[in-house]
Design a protein around this ligand. Structure first.
Ligand code: ADP
Length: 482
């Protein structure tokens, strides 16, 4: 498995959660799972006990030679091994993963060419030890691997045909680079063609994953349909459509070892379906920590999110002032990202200091505290490939209000459409009025304690288990496509 993030080591978003949980869920079904990750500065600062240097190499990329090492760490269970690809200049010395001050690193193509090639180099050098049957690549950072396998002498000469599977976690991030960097890819010029990697006069790495993999997956059934449309396909819809017979939507699960109110070490009090008392304490502590009035009867609406256009928070910003003026509610947000959105939330918080708590940082513990302490979780995403926080909030009895798109539509049941089974509130279309109505509707139900409790409990009973998702991936690994 190849990825640029893995929870426990390095994380900026949901990809990291998946790369942590999926190998765990597959571990008892497979002999060995090797996960390849870049060795970022933050990982180097961790205690990598029992690591060993697996491989050392020099790779010619463009006109320069880059040296690197692959360091292996055993995970738990021990048949999961984490392989960290090291190069100090490309990964080891930088604080951020992909960008600095909101601007992508200019050498991102070089960095991820190095990562893909170095991972394959180690695999080649260690083939006597581990002959892999499946290469599972995630997102544009690893999308070159299927193409490199296709064009590699090593795989050709040995007549090896391992299964190549490419998972799209978010089609909007494609890894697009100037044509002038094509040489860095180390592939024949024929691939600079609209049929292959060329894209509006540039290079598009996600196309490599789409075209040279045996199977493509994405992280929810609805998103698998959406990305074949112009509206959601971010310019690649035709390519996705062409591969639709080999495209599968598998909904992400939740790692309930990490996200479980009964065992969560980060929250002030643990609780469960049968006793929600602890949730009240979590709420009071949350109010306290943000200097809000400590009052259980005031609903807390919350957001934990990357601050990105995708997440639709600009729509929320349009209606929040109206809501806070008129309704007795509190609003709490944890997020980082787009500097413009950060500024807008900062300004907004100044207008309502006694009703809002805004934390513009990345803080996993606080994410847990908010998920447990809030009453409502808002996820008005324009599009959402899978969405994790909506599912986390269900488990914590925090009722989600979501836009009916992608994995959100696959996970939440709208209360007003199905009073018996509703687990949250869905709004459509993506417009102010619809969002406002959904929030108003939810606030009304909140005032009816027994109805609210029923919704909470139904949500808490939901299981988005990785076991189910892992079974679906396993079938694909075994080339069972029906
Ligand atoms: P995406 O991958 O698009 O960011 P997901 O909902 O799939 O969205 O996953 C987001 C993950 O990142 C969740 O685990 C969420 O809790 C976490 N997260 C996002 N922003 C923050 C933050 N500021 N602090 C802590 N965790 C965050």
């Amino acid at each position: 498995m190849f990825a640029s993030e893995m929870e426990q080591y390095i994380k900026t978003g949901g990809l990291a959660d998946v790369i942590r949980a999926l190998p765990q869920a597959l571990a008892d079904k497979l002999n060995i799972i090797d996960v390849f990750l870049p060795l970022y500065r933050e990982i180097k600062q961790k205690d990598l006990t029992h690591h060993k240097v697996l491989d050392e190499y020099k790779l010619k990329i463009g006109s320069r030679t880059y040296s690197g090492r692959t360091i292996q760490v055993k995970a738990n269970p021990p048949n999961i091994r984490i392989n960290l690809v090291e190069n100090y200049h490309l990964f080891g010395k930088r604080a951020e993963l992909y960008a600095k001050d909101g601007k992508d690193y200019r050498d991102n193509l070089l960095r991820f060419v190095f990562f893909c090639r170095a991972s394959l180099e180690t695999i080649r050098n260690r083939w006597h030890d581990t002959a892999y049957e499946v290469f599972h690549c995630h997102d544009w950072q690893t999308a070159l691997i299927p193409l490199y396998i296709e064009t590699s002498d090593f795989f050709q000469n040995k007549k090896l045909n391992p299964l190549r599977i490419f998972t799209i976690h978010n089609i909007a991030y494609q890894g697009v680079f100037p044509k002038s960097q094509f040489l860095l890819l180390g592939i024949d010029k024929l691939y600079y063609d609209p049929k292959y990697l060329e894209y509006w006069g540039k290079i598009n790495l996600m196309k490599a994953g789409l075209l040279f993999s045996d199977i493509i997956t994405t992280v929810s059934p609805t998103y698998a349909k959406e990305i074949q449309t112009e509206e959601y396909g971010s310019g690649l819809n035709q390519f996705v459509k062409k591969r639709s017979s080999m495209l599968f939507g598998i909904l992400n699960g939740v790692d309930y070892q990490i996200w479980n109110p009964l065992t969560d070490p980060y929250i002030p009090a643990n609780y469960s379906i049968s006793n929600l008392k602890g949730k009240e304490l979590c709420k009071l502590r949350l109010q306290q920590s943000f200097n809000l009035t400590e009052d259980l009867s005031i609903p807390i609406c919350s957001v934990v999110s990357r601050l990105a256009w995708q997440k639709g928070l600009d729509l929320l910003l349009k209606i929040l002032p109206r809501l806070l003026l008129k309704k007795k509610i509190q609003f709490v947000l944890l997020g980082t990202g787009d500097p413009n959105l950060e500024l807008q939330f900062r300004e907004f918080a100044k207008q309502f200091p006694s009703k809002t708590g805004i934390a513009l940082t990345f803080n996993e513990q606080l994410a847990h505290k908010i998920t447990a302490g809030a009453d409502i979780f808002l996820m008005p995403s324009r599009y959402e490939p899978s969405g994790l926080n909506d599912k986390y909030s269900l488990k914590y009895g925090t009722v989600p209000i979501v836009h009916g798109t992608g994995g959100l539509a696959d996970s939440i049941i709208d209360y007003f459409t199905n009073l018996e089974k509703g687990t949250g509130f869905i709004f459509r279309p993506f417009e102010e009025k619809a969002l406002l109505e959904a929030i108003r509707g939810a606030l009304e139900v909140f005032n009816s304690k027994s109805k609210w409790k029923q919704i909470q409990k139904r949500g808490m009973e939901k299981e988005f288990s990785w076991t189910i998702a892992a079974k679906q991936y396993l079938k694909l690994y075994q080339r069972q496509f029906s």
